[in-house]
Ligand binder design. Structure first.
Ligand code: BGC
Length: 782
């Protein structure tokens, strides 16, 4: 995979000049001002809400933050997105600080600010780094115009347990795909580097291992082996750092017994010493404070001191910051002031590089224009088209063949808020297109389109913390008669030529604090689906989701299943484009789709051990294979692979080999395909997975068209972290290469690395010291 290194400084900000300016500021700061500069506060003014009405206030909180601003003791604020508010608070900061230092406004711009793109797992399903980069460039443009200089994104945590709600923010299970997606997002947010106009600082999170929460329960402890950490969970972070990310956010949980936010090994040894990260590190919300709840820090001064020493430059605080106790910690000898100076230097350098020290205010008129830019909606529509995954299409039901009547069924089909997905705050519901709207608009006057919800929405057993935003939780329609509504939906299906049923999870069931113990369709959705299918009207199932759900029944009985995820502002329009065949779907699953929750975690890149022939029957009651494999996704074309050829049959460790393969669309319509390349190492100094993704490319092929695609397998693809030697190795071995449409691809060839003298077969011959970047070359173990 190729990642670009970021330039040392952003455009127009000379590094030496910046350093001089920053050092001069630090020299004049008191310890309290330094601690303040390292503190980021939530600012709970009137909260943005689904109805654009003020949400509940947090009495006293805004006043306390404004008092801290007036003392010059705030480095950053989060949750402020109104440009006029940004300017008002910024004036307080600039006037309050003796040095006139502005605050940097941060926000969770996860999949758009006002123009909402598909959720991150959906964008990953596009397998299209360019589309991902463009999406985050639009998000950055809107954020920057509103006065936000920094986003807490991308989330680059590997997610292998779909019970964990934050899988929706991830790029799924695979480190190679997730690394490509991470780098693309960083490029989208930051452009050519910090300081690029209309861009923001990217903050990849949550460092590190957060996705492996015990039992999939958010915030719970994580225990990861050395091999899993280096081979699976850390690579997307390294890719994001190498793409130039200006910030990193720590994680909430304990990693192998040490809180990630107080973890010197992670932050100092891995992030800074090994990868050379030179940006600033922020804690997750309240995570420094919480070092006490981990039974780690004795009190707030201890928590602040230990986080600062571990390498947390800035504390994200809900209130009562631990970093306010840093002056006391310094006086008590718990931490050296030099550590604070280094952190303040990083924070001020970031502010200087994005131009904030020169121009802290935002142009409110320009913000209005940028947020209304129709080009942003067009980009969101394309993104939603490209992220949909066609899971099944028996008998070519899709694209629809000009039906005269369509029944649209299911409450999610007509829910604007759910179409947008979680982690959005500043959206405009009026410009959100639901599936029902999209189908109606596209079908036109000659086609009868009718809608019935069939059932009422399902609800969480325990409310979501985001339900404080008006409109976040679904509301039961008044006077809803369950029996009559189900019967109406069935009658409608009976009377129509095709039924489009939209099922999934309501958006407050996925995201942070949205882990669940099962994967069933919530509520009475399966009953609805079964009742509609019993009418014998052909059914297209659209799945609105951020995690795989239990679709075993649907996968056997429903002819067409299209995963549309939470598709965003233009979701309904994009879905109609796909249903009517104006564009072809081409997304692919970024995770293995389990049959049932009992199988979780299920990954394609497992190793094999005893009795591998029975690996698909490890349970006596259910196949242990996924329902749909990693990388699966159909299109309106049909693809055949042939001529998988390598340019060498042997290379030496450190060398690169090129594979090429020809893919042909043998179908009758144009289609999109993501060609995928996997490897398997036959033997070596550690057990290796049965398959590992090492290359992919999305292409559009007209009917009958062929493309020959090439992939390079170099040291970056062939090395792995060996837990025995605690080092990167490239083994003397034979590598099988597979190419095809998903992770079960069968077309194969092989090559050898090194000279296969028997005595050397089990030895690692090539090694990368962990501190070295690939480009720095290989250091050899002999
Ligand atoms: C989440 C972060 C998020 C932060 C600020 C935390 O609870 O874990 O991902 O950036 O809140 O909203």
């Amino acid at each position: 995979m190729s990642v670009r290194s970021a330039p040392a400084t952003g455009s127009g900000h000379d590094a030496a000049e910046v350093a001089k300016r920053v050092d001069a500021l630090i020299a004049g700061m008191t310890v309290a001002e330094k601690a303040g500069q390292l503190t980021q506060y939530f600012y709970f003014g009137p909260l943005p809400s689904a109805e654009n009405q003020p949400g509940p206030a947090f009495p006293g909180q805004p006043a306390a933050v404004e008092a801290a601003l007036a003392r010059g003791e705030v480095g950053s604020l989060l949750l402020v997105t109104d440009p006029a508010e940004v300017n008002r608070l910024q004036r307080l900061a600039v006037a309050g600080s003796r040095h006139g230092i502005p605050v940097v406004f941060g926000f969770d711009v996860i999949h758009g600010l006002r123009t909402i793109f598909p959720v991150p797992i959906a964008m990953a399903a596009s397998w299209d780094p360019e589309a991902i980069e463009q999406g985050q460039a639009v998000a950055a443009r809107e954020a920057r115009a509103a006065g936000i200089g920094w986003t807490f994104a991308p989330m680059v945590d590997i997610a292998r347990d779909p019970r964990w709600g934050r899988i929706v923010e991830s790029a799924g299970e695979d480190p190679y795909l997730a690394s490509a997606v991470a780098a693309a997002q960083v490029r989208g947010f930051q452009g050519d580097g910090l300081g690029s106009p209309g861009r923001v600082i990217a903050g990849p999170k949550h460092f590190a291992g957060y996705g492996a929460a015990l039992g999939g329960r958010d915030y719970d402890e994580v225990n990861l082996s050395d091999s899993e950490l280096w081979n699976v969970y850390l690579p997307p972070f390294e890719a994001a750092v190498r793409a130039g990310a200006g910030n990193i956010m720590t994680a909430y949980m304990d990693l192998n017994g040490i809180p990630a936010t107080g973890n010197h090994w992670l932050l100092a040894d891995v992030l800074r010493a090994t990868w050379g990260f030179d940006g600033f590190v922020v804690s997750d919300a309240q995570a420094v404070h919480n070092l006490r709840t981990h039974a780690f820090a004795a009190d707030l001064a201890d928590a602040g001191a230990r986080a600062a020493q571990a390498g947390v430059d800035m504390e994200m605080a809900l209130g009562d910051p631990a970093y306010a106790h840093l002056p006391e910690a310094i006086a008590a000898g718990l931490v050296d002031e030099k550590i604070l100076d280094a952190s303040v230097r990083r924070v001020l350098t970031a502010k200087a590089r994005i131009g904030l020290l020169d121009d802290p205010y935002v142009d409110e008129e320009n913000a209005r224009t940028v947020l209304a830019d129709p080009a942003h909606r067009a980009a969101a529509r394309t993104a939603a088209q490209r992220s949909a995954v066609l899971l099944r299409n028996e008998g070519g039901l899709l694209p629809l063949a000009n039906p005269g009547s369509i029944a649209v069924i299911g409450p999610l089909a007509d829910s604007r808020r759910d179409t947008l997905g979680p982690w959005v705050f500043d959206f405009d519901l009026d410009e959100t297109v639901t599936v029902l709207d999209g189908i109606r608009n596209r079908a036109g006057a000659g086609v009868q389109v009718d809608y019935a919800p069939g059932i009422r929405p399902a609800h969480r057993t325990f409310p979501s913390m985001f339900d404080m935003f008006v409109g976040n939780a679904p509301v039961d329609p008044p006077r809803f008669d369950d029996g009559a509504e189900l019967a109406r939906a069935v009658r409608l299906a009976q009377a129509s030529e095709v039924a489009v049923v939209v099922l999934g999870e309501w958006q407050n069931m996925i995201g942070e604090g949205a882990s669940r113990s099962g994967l069933e369709l919530p509520g009475r959705q399966l009953d609805l689906l079964q009742a509609v299918l019993a009418t014998r009207t052909p059914v297209v199932l659209l799945v609105m989701n951020g995690r795989p759900l239990d679709l075993r029944w649907a996968a056997e009985n429903v002819p067409a299943i299209l995963d549309i995820w939470y598709p965003g502002t233009q979701g309904g329009t994009a879905v109609a484009d796909l249903l009517f065949g104006d564009v072809a779907p081409g997304g692919k699953l970024p995770f293995s789709w389990p049959r049932t929750v009992g199988q979780v975690p299920v990954i394609y890149s497992h190793t094999a051990s005893h009795d591998p022939g029975q690996q698909d029957r490890r349970y006596w009651d259910e196949a242990s294979t996924p329902l749909f494999p990693f990388g699966h996704g159909l299109s309106y074309g049909r693809f055949e692979y042939r001529d998988l050829v390598l340019d060498h049959d042997r290379i030496q460790p450190g060398q690169t080999i090129t594979a090429s393969v020809t893919v042909t669309n043998t179908g009758e319509r144009a289609g999109d395909e993501v060609a995928q390349l996997y490897i398997r190492q036959r033997h070596g100094s550690a057990s290796r997975p049965v398959r590992e993704l090492k290359g992919f490319r999305r292409v559009t092929l007209a009917a009958g068209e062929s493309w020959t695609l090439t992939f390079r397998l170099g040291p970056g693809e062939l090395r792995y972290w060996n837990a025995a030697t605690r080092d990167w190795v490239i083994d003397t071995t034979t590598i099988d290469v597979f190419a095809g449409t998903d992770s079960t691809a069968e077309l194969t060839t092989s090559f050898t690395i090194g000279d296969l003298a028997p005595a050397r077969q089990r030895r690692a011959v090539g090694s990368f010291a962990p501190g070295r970047r690939l480009a720095a070359g290989i250091c050899w173990q002999t």
